[in-house]
Design a protein around this ligand. Structure first.
Ligand code: NAP
Length: 300
């Protein structure tokens, strides 16, 4: 890898805290090698907003092609970009920045990653479907926006603090056209929507630890439904395992992580000729997970 780095090598990286378990450097560097891009991807662990401001200032003057942003800075990054794509504005979060002549253009590729993975891994198209999104943070916002743009029939946002779900629904509703959007409390109020949903997306961190409960009672889940848990790691979450036991189709978030990262490379390379190889990135992510199997979870 180091033999590739020279005086003209461009930089990309991930900003967040903590980054100890990030899979992105392995995924990205593997793709750059195959695509013969003279880029290198590095972790940029940033503790707080004061440091974030300093790092973003440096990014503007260094030969950066792009950044990924992860927790806890996806929302604040929205304010720090010079331009923000409509999808990221609607989601209320930026997870990808394209650096163009020192200017920062913000995107959100999480939602596109979700829809791409639903289609390729689950054979599921959101068009005309009833969907429940659990959570109302950055990832839930991105999911809701993409599912609306993919013409879901309805999107119900179920969140612990209902005010945040209401804010999200208010933000996306004007773009919703044919999609019915509503907010409910994550609890018994969500039961009817979950029971009748074609797709349930978990965009809360509940399930990251093996001791966690499921974010909803899995008695509400049954055959014919698709359950997508954004959490990824070595073992399936309880939500995924129990949904499968109950006859639903279910998967974790690794495919989405790969697809959102690959979409970022598609944006940075500005080429319609390049389609970033998802299989190469997936293999690199799986190799990293396998290497640390004994050391516990691996969530960004
Ligand atoms: P976030 O902005 O911090 O939002 C977290 C959401 O989860 C909030 O709506 C919060 O509710 C809810 N929540 C937190 N703890 C909860 C609990 N104990 N019970 C019920 N609800 C709870 O985080 P995010 O960036 O959206 O990420 C959410 C999850 O998605 C994380 O696990 C993250 O790793 C994963 N993710 C995966 C991918 C991927 O590519 N696979 C991409 C992005 C994110 P309140 O509003 O009430 O606090």
């Amino acid at each position: 890898m180091n033999a590739r780095i020279n005086g003209r090598t461009r930089l990309a990286g991930i900003i967040g805290w903590p980054l100890d378990h990030t899979l992105s450097p392995a995924m990205h560097n593997a793709a750059y090698e195959v695509l013969e891009l003279d880029w290198v991807y590095i972790p940029l662990p940033v503790r707080d907003e004061a440091d974030l401001i300093r790092v973003v200032g440096a990014v503007r003057v260094l030969p950066f092609v792009g950044l990924n942003i992860t927790m806890p800075f996806k929302q604040v990054m929205l304010e720090m970009c010079d331009e923000v794509a409509m999808m990221a504005k609607m989601a209320g979060a930026v997870n990808t920045v394209h650096v163009v002549d020192g200017r920062l253009i913000g995107y959100n590729t999480d939602g596109r990653g979700l829809v791409e993975t639903l289609e390729t891994e689950m054979g599921f198209s959101p068009e005309g479907k009833d969907v429940v999104v659990l959570g109302a943070g950055g990832a839930a916002g991105a999911a809701a926006v993409s599912l609306i743009l993919a013409k879901a029939s309805s999107v119900t946002v179920a969140n612990r603090s209902v005010e945040r779900a209401e804010e999200l629904v208010e933000r996306v509703a004007s773009h919703a056209r044919g999609t019915k959007c509503r907010a409910v409390v994550l609890g018994i109020d969500a039961e009817e929507s979950v029971r009748s949903a074609d797709l349930v997306v978990n965009a809360t961190p509940v399930g990251m630890s093996p001791e966690d409960p499921t974010p909803i009672p899995t008695e509400w889940i049954g055959p014919g439904q698709v359950i997508f848990d954004m959490i990824y790691g070595n073992a399936p979450t309880r939500l995924v395992s129990e949904a499968l036991e109950r006859g639903a189709s279910a998967t974790g978030g690794l495919g989405m992580l790969v697809a959102q990262g690959a979409t970022a490379v598609d944006i940075w390379s500005e080429s319609t000729q390049i389609r970033t190889p998802r299989d190469v990135m997936r293999r690199a992510a799986e190799d990293q997970l396998a290497a640390r199997r004994t050391k516990g979870g691996a969530q960004e």
